[in-house]
Design a protein around this ligand. Structure first.
Ligand code: SF4
Ligand code: F3S
Length: 78
């Protein structure tokens, strides 16, 4: 899945919400989260985010790795 990482925190542009074809991006607190099972890996949100907060899980920069878990855990334990 695609993952929303640190750059979104307190920015919350929500352009990603507008473009996601399956509505799998959810608001919560200081950032937004992508539901890992609902995401169809289209990549549209990555292009739409003005602060480049969204990455494919296999292209996450090292320091952003924890956000893979953080996005998944928002939706509860696996
Ligand atoms: Fe939605 Fe596509 Fe982004 Fe996944 S990659 S969150 S399906 S816009
Ligand atoms: Fe955040 Fe970028 Fe979406 S700032 S709300 S990931 S468009």
């Amino acid at each position: 899945p695609f993952v929303i990482a640190s750059a979104c925190i307190d920015v919350k542009d929500t352009a990603c919400l507008e473009v996601c074809p399956v509505d799998c991006i959810y608001e919560g607190g200081r950032t937004l989260y992508i539901h890992p099972e609902e995401c169809i890996d289209c990549g549209i949100c990555e292009t739409a985010c003005p602060v480049a907060a969204i990455h494919a899980d296999d292209r996450l920069p090292e320091e952003e790795r924890p956000f893979l878990q953080i996005n998944a855990e928002f939706f509860g334990p696996a």
